[in-house]
Each structure stands twice: as C-alpha cells, then as structure tokens.
Design a protein around this ligand. Sequence first.
Ligand SMILES: Cc1cc2nc3c(=O)[nH]c(=O)nc-3n(C[C@H](O)[C@H](O)[C@H](O)COP(=O)(O)OP(=O)(O)OC[C@H]3O[C@@H](n4cnc5c(N)ncnc54)[C@H](O)[C@@H]3O)c2cc1C
Ligand code: SF4
Ligand code: SF4
Ligand code: SF4
Length: 404
Amino acid sequence: MHKKVAIIGGGIAGLWSAWELARQGIDSTVVERSAFLGGHVAGFACKATDRCRRCGACLLEDVLQNVTKSDRISSLLRAEVFKIEKTNGGFDLTVSQKPQRIFPEKCTDCGDCEANCPVPGALVRSPLTNQLSVDEEVCLFYKDGSCRACLEACTAGAVKLDGAVQDIQLNPSAVILATGFKPFDPTNKPRFGYGRIPGVVAAPELDSMLRRDNWPGDRRMRSIAFIQCVGSRDAKIGRNYCSRVCCGYAMRLARLLKYRFPEVEPSMFYMDIQTYDRDFDRRLAEAAREVRLVRAIPSEVRLGPDGSPEVIYHGPEDHRLSESFDMVVLSVGISPHAADLFGALAGLSYNRDGFLGADGEGVTTGQEGVFVAGTTQGPRSISETVSHAISAAAAVSSYLGNSR
Ligand SMILES: Cc1cc2nc3c(=O)[nH]c(=O)nc-3n(C[C@H](O)[C@H](O)[C@H](O)COP(=O)(O)OP(=O)(O)OC[C@H]3O[C@@H](n4cnc5c(N)ncnc54)[C@H](O)[C@@H]3O)c2cc1C
Ligand code: SF4
Ligand code: SF4
Ligand code: SF4
C-alpha cells in the first residue's frame, strides 16, 4: 500500500518535515489552520544590518519554495483536523476546510478590494507572500451580510465570499504534529502595563513595525527599553523554563533599530543573557557596544507624569530606580498550545514544561505512529526547529519502513 503522512501545522517545522519526507520519496499532506503557510516565522523581519545577523528567518523562504515545487507535498489551507481515529494500517483523519475567499491565481494585486473595504483588518495579507485573504471574524459579510464591497470592486473575479465548509477524509500511515507555540500573552503580567500604558508593546509588534516600515519617522522614539523573560523563567505563572530565543531576538531587534535609526538608544533589562547559539558570546560582546545592558528585571512599568512609560527597577545595592522611555518592548516567550486537537488522540505524553512529547530532543509522543516536530515539543529557535523536523521525518521514515 502507498504510504502517506499527514502533517498538522504548516509552520517551518511542518514544512521542513514535509520537504525532508519528500526527499526520501514519501508523500505528505500539510494541514494548516490559517490562510497562509509559514507560521510565526512568516511575520519576522530580516534582521540584517551591514551584514546578515543569522536570525534564521530566510530559512522559511527556502523551504517554502521547495514545498511549493514538490509534487510529493500537498497542502490544505484554512483546514483543521477535528477527528483522528486509529485504524489497522494507520489513521482516519477528518479535516474540515473553509473555502478560499481570494484566489491568488486570479488576483492581479490591484488593491481595489482593500481600497473599498470599510473594516480595517477584514482583508489580511500574508506577511511573506503578500497574498490576500478575508478574516471572517472581522468581515461584515459573515457578521450580518451587510457588505460585499470587495466582491463588487474586484474586476478580476478573484473574490468569492460564499461557499460551504468541506469535510475531507485523510488516511495517513503516520502523523506529525507540528502545531507550534503561542507567544506568551503579556496581559498575564499586568505589572508591565501591556494594553494599559501607551508605548508598551510586545516584541513581535515591534518586529512587524520594522517589517512594514511602520516606525514613527519623527524622531520621537529615542529611548527604547527591552524587558527580557516576560512569561519565561517564572515559576509563579507555571513557566519555569527559558524560551531560548528571546535574548537573541531582542538583541537583533535592538541592533536593527540602532542601524536603521542611529538616534535610537536601546537598553536591555535582563536576568541572564542566554547563550544557546554557538557564537553568541562574541556577538553579545559586540552588541554591548550598541545596546546598554542593565542586569535587573523591572518590578513594574507605570505611567510617568509626562505620559510615557516609566520602568521601575532595583539597581546596584538594591537602590530603587525609575527611568522614563519612549517605548518599552516586552520580550514575550514561547508557551505551549492548548492541547484541544490532541485530546482526540489517547495516550499522548506531555513533558515537564507542558509541551507535547518527552523531555529533551525526542520526536515520539507516546502514541505509535504519531510524531512531533518543532516548538510543539518545546521552545527552540528556527534552526533548532529545522533540525528537530529533520529528526521527526527520519523517525517517520524508519517507522514506515519498519511497519511495511
Ligand atoms: C517573540 C519571538 C521571537 C522569536 N524570534 C526568533 C528569532 O529571531 N530567531 C529564531 O531562530 N527563532 C525565533 N523565535 C522562535 C521561532 O518563532 C520558532 O522557532 C518557529 O516559529 C517554530 O516553528 P513551528 O513550525 O514549530 O511553529 P509555528 O511557527 O508556531 O507554526 C505552527 C503552525 O501550525 C498552525 N497550527 C496551529 N494549530 C493548528 C491546528 N490545530 N491545525 C492546523 N494548523 C495549526 C499554525 O497556524 C502555524 O502555521 C521566536 C519566537 C518568539 C515567541
Ligand atoms: S538569516 Fe536573518 S538576518 Fe540573515 S539574511 Fe536571513 S533573514 Fe536576514
Ligand atoms: S480587487 Fe481583486 S484583483 Fe485586485 S487585489 Fe483585490 S482580489 Fe486582487
Ligand atoms: S465583504 Fe466588506 S468587510 Fe468583508 S472583506 Fe469584503 S469589503 Fe471588507
């Protein structure tokens, strides 16, 4: 029998697993919940300054090209698995797929739909490919049927607002779970003022501003504070692990800011700078010439008398200090996804940090034929995710070989 693999999640872990399986002659279907492939990495800006800063984000473009060209890989977008059952030879998966709303093969990218849409955020674009889709949670057509403006504006016939959800049946011999992570929600640390104090943002929001060239250009933004370990290494909220990527991420963002806007003065408040990257110590010493490093985790961010955020922290000899900034960036960590989907699979194991699978680098899940790849299993960087996905594909290949 021809063996196929179902990969749930089309982030870099899912895509790389699919590509690695394809290289070994194994077909797969990637089931992705959102309208676009790429997961979180699709939203990351290139962090190159005068040279590449090795953030890893462009690894996504490489694998996406390979996946798109491969005839061994198919993908289902806007699709979610809602039932998984074990059979004799593998699994029965029931996938529910919402219809596509904007067809890229017809879209001429004229922008008429966006120009006529009355609701900001109803039409969304992939940050990576710029393709359009409709967010049904926001669009008026799906709320109360009161708008069809994009459909009427599109002379290319690329927009289709009606069409029913379809159920699709997959019968894979093995499954890879690659549903990724959730960034820590900073409203769960109210003392840092996120959503309450103007000028306090989460790191991915700053990244998206830089990606879209949306930085305030009036030189108001000079002093920027990064606060590390927001939602990581914090036993009080049940997250006693390091997210591994935030120190490098914040450092690259700070240096990119300084490079693009030399007037910016970045400061970084940290507990310990984590050094998982091979070359990190050398790069840290280099970065310290451009970024002021303050070894203290602030106790609070509050609204200063001039309306800007004020960071309260304890300095040397435990003196209580306060400092005003134009912007405070919270380096939010990696949290496990709610295990809703996995509830359908009995016998899955979770590791000590609440991610799926065993502790360490393993790719097994406690359920025969079901493997895990990337940040579904634990915090890791893009390049670590790629290595983990390659291991997952190797384990699947050997499982399929052994179960022939
Ligand atoms: C703030 C922040 C900054 C970071 N910066 C860097 C950096 O500079 N460099 C670096 O190396 N790493 C960085 N990382 C880590 C990087 O984001 C991860 O290594 C990478 O995204 C992991 O890819 P993934 O495929 O495991 O997960 P994800 O990127 O989360 O992809 C998972 C995919 O699965 C889909 N999905 C979820 N649930 C379902 C479902 N039920 N059904 C179908 N599909 C589903 C999602 O829509 C998504 O497309 C950062 C992380 C954070 C939080
Ligand atoms: S690794 Fe990062 S910094 Fe380097 S070119 Fe790629 S995206 Fe840019
Ligand atoms: S109006 Fe139609 S062709 Fe123009 S960008 Fe929108 S979907 Fe594409
Ligand atoms: S139907 Fe209206 S609200 Fe919805 S995406 Fe189209 S223009 Fe925007």
